[in-house]
Ligand binder design. Structure first.
Ligand SMILES: [Zn+2]
Ligand SMILES: [Zn+2]
Length: 390
C-alpha cells in the first residue's frame, strides 16, 4: 500500500508512533485531557503554528496559513480516552488506573499531528488549515461544546473533516460513503408509579412490574409498526429497576433505554411512540408515569460534495482496490455529527485490521494499529493539498 503519498509520510512514522505511545500511556477521560492537550499544543507550537487553547476547556486548535488564498478547512481529531482498565500488557500500556485509549483517539491525534508537521514543513497549498483537537468525544459531546463556544466563528472554515479507525476493516483500507454514516442517539427514562402491596394481595396493588413488562413488549412495536420498514431505527430498554424482595409488589419501576435512527422524521416517530406507549400503557393499568426523553447526538451525515472529494483523496492515497464505498452505516453515534451540522464535510473510516480476539473498539485489549499511521496522515496531507490547491 506504499503509494507516493504514504511514502512521503513514512519519514514521520517512528515519530508518530512515539507520540502515540506516550499519549497512550497517559490517557485522560472526557474534559480532563489536561496533559494530552498540553502535549498536543506544545507540538503544534513547535511546528510553528498559531495555537489556541481553552475552547470547550481542554480543546486545542492549531492554525496554519500559506499564500494569499482565502479558503479554509478544519480537520478534527479527538483527545479523550475511556474509563476502561487496560489489559493489553503492552510496554506503553496505560499507567492510569481505569483510563485507556480504547477507541484509538491516541492514533487519531498522532496522525493529525504527523500531517500538521509535514504540512508546516513542506505543504504545497494556498489557504488556511485549522487542526482541531476536541475533548470528550465519548458520551459527553465535546464536539457540540466546541461548536456552541464558537469554533467556526473563531476559526472560519468552509468544510470540516473527521476520521475514525475501524476494527473489522482491513488495515489501511478506507470506507467512505455519502449520507448518514452513524446514527442519532436519544436516551429515555420512564418512571412508573403504581401502588405497592403484599405479594399475596395483588388486588390491593397497582402493579408497576406488570405494567413495565407490557410496556417493554409494546416498545418493540415502534420499530416494527410505526417506522417505515425501509428505514433503520433501534429502541432498546437496557435497564429495569424496581422492587426489593420476593413477596412485595413495589410502588415504582424505572425503565431506561436508548433509541437510534438516521433521520429527524424517523426520530420524531420514535419519540412520539415512546411517549404514547408509556403514557397509554400506564393509564391502561391505572398507574401514573413520568417520561424523560432526551435527544443526545444527531446523526453523522456526510455532505455529498465533500464526500466525493474525500473519497477521491483516499483513493489517491491507498489505490482503488483498497477503497470500500459501501460499508454499511453504523447504528453507533459520534459527536463529530455536531460539526457536520454546522459545516459541510465528511467522516471516513480507516481500517485498523481484525476486530476479533478483543481488538474491537472499547475493548480492554484493543490497540490502535501503528501500521496505519502514515496512511491516515497521508490522507490528511493529500486532502489539504487537494482542497487548498490554489
Ligand atoms: Zn469510542
Ligand atoms: Zn472513538
Amino acid at each position: 500500500m506504499a503509494t507516493d503519498h504514504i511514502q512521503r509520510l513514512a519519514g514521520l512514522h517512528a515519530e508518530m508512533a512515539a507520540w502515540r505511545h506516550d499519549l497512550h500511556a497517559h490517557p485522560e477521560t472526557a474534559f480532563r485531557e489536561h496533559r494530552t492537550s498540553e502535549r498536543v499544543a506544545e507540538l503544534l507550537a513547535a511546528f510553528g503554528m498559531d495555537v489556541h487553547r481553552g475552547l470547550a476547556g481542554t480543546g486545542v486548535v492549531g492554525t496554519l496559513r500559506r499564500g494569499g488564498g482565502g479558503k479554509a478547512i478544519a480537520l478534527r481529531a479527538d483527545l479523550d480516552g475511556l474509563p476502561v482498565q487496560e489489559t493489553t500488557g503492552l510496554p506503553y500500556q496505560s499507567r492510569v488506573p481505569n483510563a485507556m485509549h480504547a477507541c484509538g483517539h491516541d492514533g487519531h491525534m498522532a496522525m493529525l499531528l504527523g500531517a500538521a508537521r509535514d504540512l508546516a514543513e513542506r505543504g504545497r497549498f494556498d489557504g488556511t488549515v485549522h487542526f482541531v483537537f476536541q475533548p470528550a468525544e465519548e458520551n459527553e459531546g465535546g464536539g457540540r461544546v466546541m461548536v456552541e463556544e464558537g469554533l467556526f466563528d473563531r476559526f472560519p472554515a468552509e468544510a470540516v473533516f473527521g476520521l475514525h479507525n475501524w476494527p473489522g476493516l482491513d488495515a489501511g483500507r478506507f470506507a467512505v460513503r455519502p449520507g448518514p454514516v452513524m446514527a442519532a442517539l436519544d436516551l429515555f427514562e420512564v418512571k412508573l408509579h403504581g401502588r405497592g402491596a403484599h405479594g399475596a394481595m395483588p388486588h390491593l396493588a397497582i402493579d408497576p412490574v406488570v405494567a413495565a413488562a407490557e410496556m417493554i413488549g409494546a416498545f418493540q412495536t415502534i420499530v416494527s409498526r410505526n417506522v417505515s420498514p425501509v428505514e433503520a431505527a433501534v429502541v432498546s430498554v437496557t435497564q429495569v429497576q424496581g422492587g426489593d424482595t420476593w413477596n412485595v409488589i413495589p410502588e415504582e419501576v424505572r425503565l431506561r433505554g436508548g433509541a437510534r435512527h438516521f433521520r429527524p422524521d424517523v426520530g420524531r416517530v420514535v419519540e412520539e411512540g415512546v411517549r404514547r406507549i408509556a403514557a397509554g400503557v400506564a393509564s391502561a393499568f391505572g398507574a401514573t408515569v413520568e417520561i424523560d426523553y432526551r435527544p443526545r447526538y444527531p446523526a453523522t451525515v456526510n455532505e455529498p460534495v465533500a464526500t466525493a472529494i474525500a473519497a477521491r483523496v483516499a483513493e489517491d492515497v491507498v489505490g482503488r482496490e483498497r477503497m470500500l464505498p459501501d460499508l454499511p452505516p453504523s447504528m453507533a453515534s459520534e459527536d463529530f455529527a455536531f460539526m457536520l451540522q454546522a459545516r459541510p464535510g465528511c467522516y471516513v473510516w480507516l481500517g485498523n485490521g481484525p476486530a476479533d480476539g478483543g481488538r474491537a473498539l472499547h475493548s480492554p485489549r484493543y490497540d490502535f494499529n501503528d501500521a496505519v499511521l502514515p496512511v491516515g496522515a497521508a490522507y490528511w496531507v493529500r486532502l489539504v493539498e487537494t482542497i487548498l490547491s490554489g
